[in-house]
Design a protein around this ligand. Sequence first.
Ligand code: MLT
Ligand code: ZN
Length: 456
Amino acid sequence: MPLPDTLLQRLAAIVGEEHVLTDPDLRAGYETDWTRRYRGSTPAVVRPASTREVAAVLQLCHEFGAPVVPQGGNTGLVGGGVPRNRELVLSLRRLDGVTDLDAASGEVTAGAGVTLAALQEAVRAQGWNFGVDLASRDSATIGGMVATNAGGIRVLRYGGMRQQVLGIEAVLPDGAVVSRMPGLLKDNSGYDLAQLLAGSEGTLAVITAVRLKLVPQQPHRAVALLAVENIAGALRVVSAVRRALTSLEAAEVFFLEGLELVCRHAGLAPPFPAAHPCYLLLECAAQSDESAALAGVLANAPGIRDSALATDRPGRERLWAYRERHTESISAEGIPHKLDVTLPLNRLPEFERRVRGTIAAINAGARPILFGHASDGNLHVNILGLAPDDDRPDDAVLRLVAELGGSISAEHGIGIAKMPWLHLTRSTADREAMRAIKLALDPAGILNPGVVIPPA
Ligand code: MLT
Ligand code: ZN
């Protein structure tokens, strides 16, 4: 149904005509997600610049019953941030202020549209750092990262986005503003709206700003890339390092198939003279140089077939590239089905052993490429060579995850991509409670409809 002209005119009166994008060329970048698997069309992209404007836009959309898809940096991987049924896109990118950095307590306020890289730069200049980091740091925005409870490469040490949030400002679907931004470490005064909205994927409210806690900057970093036999071997090494060094910050895993793909697409030489089945990347960060301590633990760890260690920035970046360039290299090869799953650590080796066979039994032409965050039990199962609508391998993999006691989404969220399988790992009572929360906050159902909660 076309939008009434009066709605578009009134939106333009709130945000300015140049910030209501109706030109197809200008809309295009907001209509397709990063994976290129999820796309739709929108009558207009609305780009407010302040919480007041977001509130006015939502109040108006509520009045007209016009559904809205909130969008940050559009780096989501489960189709939850792009229009599906001609919803308006509400882009938060212009809310890009980093303010009220309290250098004494280590807290900062970030607008929803601040990119992770911009936040990192701002807080590092004051001797602090931000606890979450991920490869899409130049585009991913803080509002979107809170809304999806993004994880990334440092969850092991600092937790995911949820753990960084001390306060939140958000606009409810009817335009009411809720704000808890005092940045108190302790605040037991009723329901915790910040934690409710973290991971709600834009279905309950539109996050406009967050108060974040910071972590100390660790000037000395050491990165080790290790070749091991399999994921069980990788986990044994991670366990040994975790027990010996509190500075362990990242423990990432990938396999030969992914390494070969990355080397081909990124033009990188292989890290070691021989090929190995499995690779583990470790990063330690501390106030003093821990590379000797790390090397000492690794020298006594079992099953390491080859290794490389770097402490200088170019050397560290060279080793990280083998892991961080997986996503882009896979995408350069085709449009993957992306399954982001967690397993209890003690079931991860069994999952990894069975998952390739599970996929091959359904489609012999499918190419699984696995990588992920070893210490979090989080593997990204990417499958190339499938038709976009062939969900049979997805179904089989997610059922295997459920059988082994895992979760069908570790850090990417449910979006629209995983909704059909939510019942595998969330009970009927869980899902009904989620629906009741959705109905309480968004009775008209205008906010990101069809995401997380299936339509009634
Ligand atoms: C990653 O760990 O690199 C991200 O979750 C992105 C991805 O899974 O492709
Ligand atoms: Zn990841």
